[in-house]
Design a binder for this molecule. Sequence first.
Ligand code: FES
Length: 126
Amino acid sequence: MSDLYREQILDHYQNPRNYGTLDHPDRSFEDSNPLCGDRIRIDLKIADDRIVDIRFSGRGCAISQASASILTELVKGKSLDEVRELGAQDLLDELGVPISPARRKCALLSLKVLKAAAYGLNEWPS
Ligand code: FES
C-alpha cells in the first residue's frame, strides 16, 4: 500500500467528510456488516433526481468509515442514474488500496447502504 493512499484512508477515518445526519432526509437507510455488526446510516436529500446533500453516520473499522466518507464526496451532486451505475470496483478504485477478500464487505458497506437508500436495493454491490 502506498503511503499516499494509506494517508488518504487515515485522513478520511479521522476527519470524515459529510458525517452526521440530515434533519429531514428524503431517503434514509441503515444497515450493518453481518460479519462484525458495524453499522452505517446514510441520509439523502434529493432534488430533480439528483443527490443534493448526503450525510453518513455509524461506527466501524477504518476501512468502512473511510470508504463511507469517500463515497459521500463521490456521489454528492450526482444524478440517481449515475449512482445506479456505480459498482463495487468504482468505490474500491477510489479507495486506492488493495482490499483483501476478508475486508471487502468493510469497504462496500457504505455502497450497499447508499443503494438501499436510493433505490431500496438491499444487496451487496457487485
Ligand atoms: Fe466491521 Fe470492517 S470490521 S466493517
